[in-house]
Write a protein that binds this ligand. Sequence first.
Ligand SMILES: *Cc1c(COP(=O)(O)O)cnc(C)c1O
Length: 380
Amino acid sequence: MKLEQDIELRVREEDYINLNPLQSGGRTYPETRKAITSYVDGYSVCDWCSGALNCIRKPPIQSFLEDVASFLGMDSALLTNGCREAKYAVMHSLASSKDFVVVDGNAHYSTFVAAERAGLRVEQLDSTGEPEYLVDPEAFGDKIREIKKIHGKTPKLAVLTHVDGSYGNLVDAEKAASACHREGVPLLLNTAYSSGRMRVDGSRLGVDFIAASCHKSWAAGGGNIGLLAANGEWAEKVFRNSSDYEIKPLEILGCSTRGAAAVALLASYPKVKERVGKWGGEVDKARRLMAGLEELGVRQLGEKPTNHDLNFLQSDVLYEISQTHKKKNYYLYSELKKRGIIGIKPGLTRHFKISTYGKTEKQCDHILWAFRDIIEKHGP
Ligand SMILES: *Cc1c(COP(=O)(O)O)cnc(C)c1O
């Protein structure tokens, strides 16, 4: 096989409106693409290594980490291989085998996988279920008390999914942090779908850790990169260095994500700082589109009105069409593509997620038109 011929040229953002929530907030800016081209080779940020990734001054990783910690309202920050490695690092340093961690009802699979790898037992809060799937931040208190009573152990950590990846529900982190702190449990805020899109101030919220996904929400592109930020004594504990290699942070195995991913994050950061100020406009766009889709009989699940660009849709009308259309359940993918829209998983018609992040109002109007046109042309 000739591999270079088997790898197709990828065209998404250039020619289409991309609705895939995973990809909308990680899309790079033209300036970012330009900046990373000379950093695509291995260990490219290590030309001027001063001992560890977090100390590198050229490119300015060290000063970026100081700045981004204060941007998040936290004392210090480290680069990680995505949000999941940040969560694992905290779990691994705070808890030992058989300890408990408490997670919300919409927790991401990577929270469970991180806990499993650290040997921890997970207790999950309930959500309210269909149709809104709400998480009650105060419920952390009850759950922690229940674990103390049944198992005689205080959970070592609570993890709140600030905005979940299924319904785009935004939870009041301040209330969750107070509920956990009353029981003496630190809170990690999983901001995979919030920081980088909206302003997140860890001090104001009172959280102890923030985990971020920068390839998802900080315009850091296709690499694998996240952030772990921590406050006070927790930072000292989780960011401790190796005893043998005194400059290397232990929980990220000395140096974590590097190269083009790190440079992309640095290059996009000024724009990310600016864009979080425009979050209200992103929510307005999503609400308008959801209202329009509801009129077509496409139902939005999750909290209403929505507070996020990611939304989960349930559509009986689009499903009905798949029952008679010659392309069966692949028709929606193909009809949308014909209209310049991609990002809904091929084969889905009844339940799917879309994101309006970064789209213009005109593009949102076009998205609504496309759904209406498909329903009018193919519907009952
Ligand atoms: C995407 C996602 C993650 C995982 O992020 P990575 O950076 O890929 O590790 C974790 N939690 C939530 C809620 C997510 O949506």
